[in-house]
Design a binder for this molecule. Sequence first.
Ligand SMILES: Nc1ncnc2c1ncn2[C@@H]1O[C@H](COP(=O)(O)OP(=O)(O)O)[C@@H](O)[C@H]1O
Ligand SMILES: [Mg+2]
Length: 275
Amino acid sequence: MPRGLILAGIPGTGKTVLVKAIAYELGIPLAILDASAFLRGVVGETESRVKQIIAILESLAPIVVFWDELDAVFQPRESQLSTDSGVSRRMLNALLEYLGRTDRKAFVIGATNFPQLDKAATRPGRFDNMFGIFPPDYEARKEVLSIHMNVIRKLPINEETQKKIQETIASETFGYTPAELEQIVKNACSIAMDEDKGKITLEHFRAAKESLGVNIQTRIQEVETMAKQLSTIPNVNMGFLKESLIEFGSGKDKDKTKTIIATLPDDLRGSLKAL
Ligand SMILES: Nc1ncnc2c1ncn2[C@@H]1O[C@H](COP(=O)(O)OP(=O)(O)O)[C@@H](O)[C@H]1O
Ligand SMILES: [Mg+2]
């Protein structure tokens, strides 16, 4: 049974949103591990703090543990983990030991902006698989725009115009991330408000898109580089994310997670955020 995976994708591609959505859909409680916060050792702290956190996570299983920004800790420099950022080596080792434990019950999802991580993170047995999360295709861009125009904001635009805007903007935003599509919707609203004509039009969306200044050549290179790097890493699997999590099972105890986290001492609570 898979016990962990890594999502690799440039910022804004929806890694965090994806983890939250899957945990929510499956009814599995989700704990977000703010690793850089608790690995930054304070005087007097030891790896026992990490062990406490691990014990809590295991007691909550089935649970999805989300370790965001793996690259902050596991930069592939010469051979050293990035302990110069103040990360305590002993605490990190305790966490790595946990990731490699065959009896680990929590499902750990890591996210990184770069596929190339220090071997300490990707050693067999720690995470089972790495997935590339790429910018959305045309259909998905239409959907993302629609979510931000209709669900998150309820823009006063008639259905026919909405459809036209979504199709046009989606066809002009190859390579854009969901985060940037959201920004286009936001900026279009402010541009329209500034003009004060009481109407949001396609032209506002186009102006909003221009105001982002995304360099598409750079973006394509960035994404191609990532795809190339991914292709050199063993265990890269594009299709098994959902299956892994479904196999992992559906815990129902969101409330339990919240309750336990609420009763933790302040310093530990800071390292775990329940949803
Ligand atoms: N599937 C999606 N549908 C709609 N909007 C999305 C989706 N995925 C991401 N977004 C938007 O993009 C923003 C950034 O997503 P996020 O998950 O934080 O990216 P990442 O973690 O990869 O940097 C989110 O706040 C959300 O507005
Ligand atoms: Mg994120």
